[in-house]
Design a protein around this ligand. Structure first.
Ligand code: GZL
Length: 320
């Protein structure tokens, strides 16, 4: 090897060694997160978990609150693409209408993780993984509680009214599906009225007032797709001079502190847990995705059912 080649080889080796010795620390992972909104206690706990986990994990989090509007989520995702974030995560407010913007993220080679809620897309490669609850099973759990309760008084017809979550959202569609699948087993259980309360206390109260004003049939059971709507409905039931939890059995989903307090007051009969504390799992998943590791397409969270009888014992353990 001639002297010139040897010297340039030495130079290259020394600069590489020099480079290795002073390599800058890996830049923190940058995540763009589009959140549904701040519509419920569950959502607030979910946001807190994601922000705390990002801080804990040294992830730079760009967080956008969509105020329950899909167009705001699409705008946020486009902004994350323009900022060239490392990974995009979001909880889709509704199931449909995501193909175009997710194709833009794919074209920009930015991986997308779904948290909490699912999407309906033509091409499943538009997202890498979906981490969240099984909402159909949550609806089944609510239905099973009612079946067991109804079995104590087999002859009675039970008139059920239903407060649905946000129209077109995965939890609303799936919780309805799971509940109806289970109560179909008892012809005495009938849903006479069903309307969206948009997962909020205010709307839940408003719709329950309308159900009560209809006075077409005595209401025996309220099935609410989340605790916030149930708590709003409890106010409407009391204002109508009825006893929530006694005159009208109330079944809801989420397992937030407000539900445990309502159960302790004898105003709510059961809440099906839906775990919002997805932050740590999301950060871990994002790191694996950005590192190019193969990850599970679907990651579900483990959840329980909490009837009023266990509320006092369980309340001190609740983390949201
Ligand atoms: C469920 C989540 C739902 C909660 C509601 O994972 O998407 O949205 O049940 C929240 O409280 O508004």
């Amino acid at each position: 090897m001639n002297i010139l080649a040897r010297r340039s080889l030495l130079l290259l080796a020394s600069s590489a060694a020099f480079g290795a010795a002073v390599a800058a620390p890996a830049a923190p992972l940058v995540m763009g997160f589009s959140q549904v909104g701040a519509e419920s206690e569950w959502r607030s706990a979910n946001t807190a978990s994601i922000k705390a986990a990002a801080k804990q994990d040294g992830v730079t989090l760009k967080f956008a609150d969509a105020q329950q509007k899909q167009e705001n989520q699409v705008k946020a995702i486009r902004s994350f693409i323009a900022q060239k974030v490392d990974v995009i995560a979001f909880s889709p407010v509704v199931e449909s209408g995501w193909d175009t913007v997710l194709r833009e993220a794919k074209a920009a080679k930015i991986p997308v993780i779904l948290t909490d809620r699912a999407v309906n897309v033509s091409d499943p490669s538009l997202f890498v993984s979906f981490i969240g609850s099984d909402f159909v099973e949550e609806g089944r759990k609510a239905g099973r509680w009612l079946l067991e309760r109804a079995a104590k008084n087999p002859g009675a017809d039970l008139n059920i009214v239903e407060l649905q979550g946000t129209v077109g959202s995965a939890p609303a569609l799936d919780r309805k599906k799971g509940f109806e699948e289970v109560i179909a087993g008892n012809p005495k259980l009938k849903i006479s009225r069903s309307q969206s309360g948009d997962f909020t206390r205010a709307k839940g109260k408003e719709v329950m007032e309308a159900f009560l004003k209809a006075k077409d049939k005595k209401i025996d059971v309220l099935y609410a797709h989340n605790d916030d709507m149930a708590i709003g409905a409890i106010q409407a039931i009391e204002e109508a001079g009825l006893k929530p939890g006694k005159d009208i059995l109330i079944i809801s989903i989420d397992g937030v502190k407000g539900a445990f307090e309502a159960m302790l007051a004898g105003k709510l009969n059961v809440t099906v847990e839906c775990n919002p504390l997805l932050g740590p799992q999301l950060m871990q998943l994002a790191r694996e995705v950005v590192a190019g590791k193969t990850v599970a397409k679907r990651i579900t969270t483990l959840e329980g059912v909490f009837p009023a009888e266990v509320a006092a014992k369980e309340l001190p353990n609740r983390r949201y």
